[in-house]
Design a protein around this ligand. Structure first.
Ligand code: AMP
Length: 495
């Protein structure tokens, strides 16, 4: 726990957690006890010598806060006001952040002081940076001088999907780029050996993982969680929906007890189940709630077009042909719908990517990279595969089918209008799914006016290119004879 920070004035005093500073002492004690005083590490993990810390002269970089001037503004918190290390400020400046987003402004004063936190925040609110800044500040201010071991993480972030883990790790790498901190990811569907080798070759400060793969690594004694100082559970509601809670419980049991770690839990919704888990896992947490409207309505212009099922593809095609559409994500509820849409778009000459659970992980990563770099103009995604994608500059989101869960609507349209930029969402409401609008309106707290689509968006589409031979056979394989092989399954374990 940082002794340098003043105690919060409003909050009742909490016994400081023996965070990093205290922990470095207990590390040594634990190791000595378990090893019976022998020099071999109790885990048998490969020994790493502590990175040599740079001298102040070496550390002195030409960059200074003079190059990152942000004037005070009423009602806004500047990163300058938070006493963050210079290297972190440099990375924040590179990312172009000036003022804290509401979740950051409300949570950082608590989390930087070592308090646990339970946060209600959607993706798009800046929650990832909120927990990463706190972790990085803590790890930098409490370096471990003692010897460290391979696979022994200092901070652990657990998230439900591979895409989300990769995005969080990308953000963590961007924010740690001027520090010595090492970020590792463990996700299923990707080469175990590569992840293992990486862990053996370099220390791990921040570990970002999906629950299943993390447990594999723990079980094989490739990762140790007994020295975790900060634990983040992201998208707790999604973990519940996807049936991950038993795995998360097994993970948490391997970390130090809650009074000896800092725990931050985030969820888009606060159901009773989520709050029960928060109660079990956190210790006198501060509670911060950011309402979904701050994502959905502020920066996204929302349209709802009434369309018959037959008109939907025409609408999508014509929307994509509009000049103002730079990059677009189209969401559909089922994998087979996504697959068919993707094929049609490609045959109409659009550079399109497909993101659904049936696509191999390495292909998904490539697709995301292609979309980020602008090589792909359109991405067709299911909710689970598309959730947690943090890509800035997406101009449009189309809901080809309205989601069954109103929360998914907020998640979907939150892909655009990110970080204060404006964006447009267009939802198609047809005879089969218009009834889903009411609960969505209740959740976002505003009326969504249904419009007849403009005439020009209903012009006929040109003929499609013939189906490439190889793809034809593979898509037939996927569907099976006379129908879909996956039975038109919804994505993920929800519902
Ligand atoms: P998240 O809610 O974590 O998905 O973040 C949404 C987006 O907001 C990401 O692209 C971040 O890079 C961006 N972001 C996070 N914090 C800030 C900030 N304080 N100012 C501007 N953009 C931000």
């Amino acid at each position: 726990m940082s002794g340098a920070k003043p105690a919060e004035s409003a909050a009742p005093a909490k016994t400081p957690k023996p965070k990093s500073g205290g922990k470095s002492a207990s590390r040594g004690d634990n190791a000595a006890k378990k090893s019976g005083g022998k020099s071999q590490h109790p885990h048998g993990g490969k020994r790493h010598h502590q990175r040599k810390r740079k001298s102040p002269q070496e550390q002195a970089k030409p960059w200074s806060l003079d190059q990152f001037k942000v004037g005070p503004q009423e009602g806004k918190t500047r990163f300058h006001d938070l006493d963050l290390p210079l290297e972190l400020m440099h990375a924040i400046a590179d990312l172009g952040f000036e003022y804290c987003s509401p979740i950051q402004a409300q949570s950082l004063p608590h989390t930087l002081n070592g308090h646990d936190m339970v946060g209600k925040a959607q993706t798009g609110t800046g929650k990832t940076a909120a927990f990463l800044l706190s972790i990085i500040d803590d790890l930098m201010k409490h370096p471990i001088e003692a010897e460290r071991y391979a696979g022994e993480a200092r901070a652990l972030i657990i998230a439900p999907t591979r895409e989300l883990v990769i995005q969080i790790a990308d953000d963590a790498k961007a924010l740690t780029k001027y520090t010595d901190l090492k970020v590792h990811t463990l996700v299923g569907g990707m080469d175990y050996g590569k992840q293992q080798k990486h862990l053996q070759e370099s220390l791990v400060d921040i570990l970002v993982a999906t629950p299943g793969r993390l447990l594999d690594f723990c079980g094989n004694r490739d990762v140790y969680l007994d020295q975790i100082e900060v634990l983040v559970i992201d998208e707790a509601d999604r973990m519940l929906d996807m049936g991950f809670i038993p795995q998360v419980k097994r993970i948490i049991r391997q970390t130090p007890k809650k009074s000896h770690r800092q725990t931050l839990l985030f969820s888009a919704t606060f159901t009773d189940d989520v709050l029960n888990l928060a109660e079990q896992w956190t210790d006198e947490p501060r509670r911060v709630e950011i309402e979904p409207e701050s994502v959905a309505t502020d920066t996204v212009t929302q349209h709802v077009y009434l369309a018959s099922t037959d008109e939907k593809y025409k609408l999508l095609y014509n929307i994509l042909k509009q000049d103002e559409v730079d990059s677009l994500i189209v969401f559909a509820n089922r994998r087979d719908e996504c697959r068919r849409l993707h094929e049609k778009l490609e045959r109409h000459g659009f550079s399109a990517g497909l993101l659904s659970g049936e696509i191999a992980q390495n292909k998904r990563v490539k697709t995301l990279d292609g979309f980020k770099s602008g090589k792909l103009k359109v991405l067709v995604a299911t909710d689970v595969a598309g959730r947690g994608i943090h890509i800035d500059g997406i101009s449009h989101v189309v809901n080809y089918t309205l989601p069954e869960e109103p929360e998914d609507y907020v998640h979907r349209i939150g892909r655009t209008g990110r970080a204060g930029k404006s964006g447009t969402s267009i939802s198609f409401a047809c005879e089969d799914d218009a009834f889903r609008l009411m609960p969505i309106q209740e959740l976002v707290g505003s009326h969504l006016r249904c419009e007849q689509p403009p005439e020009e968006l209903l012009s006929s589409t040109p003929a499609m290119a013939p189906r490439p031979r190889r793809e034809e056979s593979s898509s037939r394989d996927n569907r099976g004879r006379g129908g879909r092989r996956d039975g038109g399954r919804r994505e993920g374990g929800r519902r």
